[in-house]
Design a protein. Structure first.
Length: 249
């Protein structure tokens, strides 16, 4: 897939293709999102100006203007007056933004995402057991230690939890799995950050993460998968309770 440098507006325009003059702004936004998520465009890339985009897509400039405004609200692009419009993030950062726009994280979607995440995290634990380096093991151990040290410091605790799971996902050496887990976790973060709100929950989470770490350190894939599955079950119970109380119907 081509990589477009910041100045390569012609290449981006050519990749878009014509849509037709009757296309609505929502369709234009969708076509731009397809380009951003399917092509390897570097974050910070400057997009073609409105006039060039409209010509490439064969749509009116108003449709392009409205589409870019919507994408700016989503956080996908950064519109800088007098400078241009720039892509803000990479694919793994853009995916949760675009998904959340359509899903709005209703109670049903949240619970379903929790189920998917549980299955992927369990598989990741098994895969990481076979592929994790000693250096990554040490990093994971440090995150468990940080969770213990910050059990009463909510912000630090949540960050240590996040870094533990990110290190595990990276250690699978599977880029697709990593992107999926990052995207799902980003979508769930608003709820998962509420799921550990007292010392009892924090201590349970610490013990569960430690069990996953110990199993991986022992290179026992079955034990690692079982420990992660157990952690995902209890995390889902905590999250479901919070979603039931707070999530929109």
């Amino acid at each position: 897939m081509p990589v477009f440098p910041a100045s390569a507006t012609d290449e981006i325009s050519a990749a878009l293709g014509a849509m037709g003059s009757g296309s609505a702004a929502s369709a234009v936004a969708g076509r731009l999102l397809e380009l951003f998520t399917e092509q390897s465009i570097t974050p910070g890339t400057r997009l073609p100006p409105e006039r060039q985009l409209a010509a490439s897509l064969e749509v009116g400039r108003s449709a392009v203007r409205e589409a870019l405004a919507a994408l700016e609200i989503l956080g996908v692009v950064d519109v800088r007056p007098g400078s241009g419009t720039y892509l803000r993030g990479n694919t793994s950062e853009l995916l949760p933004k675009t998904l959340s726009w359509g899903m709005m994280l209703s109670r049903t979607h949240t619970v379903e995402l929790v189920e998917v995440r549980g299955a992927l995290e369990t598989y990741a634990a098994r895969l990481a057991t076979e592929r994790m380096t000693d250096e990554s093991l040490e990093v994971m151990r440090s995150h468990v230690d940080e969770m213990r040290d910050s059990a009463t410091d909510f912000k630090r605790f949540v960050e240590a939890d996040l870094q533990f799971h990110l290190e595990l996902a990276r250690s699978t050496d599977n880029a697709v799995l990593l992107d999926l887990l990052q995207s799902i976790r980003s979508l769930l973060r608003v709820w998962s950050e509420r799921a550990v709100q007292d010392d009892g929950h924090a201590q349970q989470a610490i013990e569960e993460h430690a069990a996953v770490y110990e199993a991986i350190a022992s290179r026992d894939a079955d034990a690692a998968a079982a420990a992660m599955a157990a952690h995902m079950r209890t995390a889902a119970i905590r999250l479901a309770g919070d979603v039931g109380d707070h999530a929109p119907l």
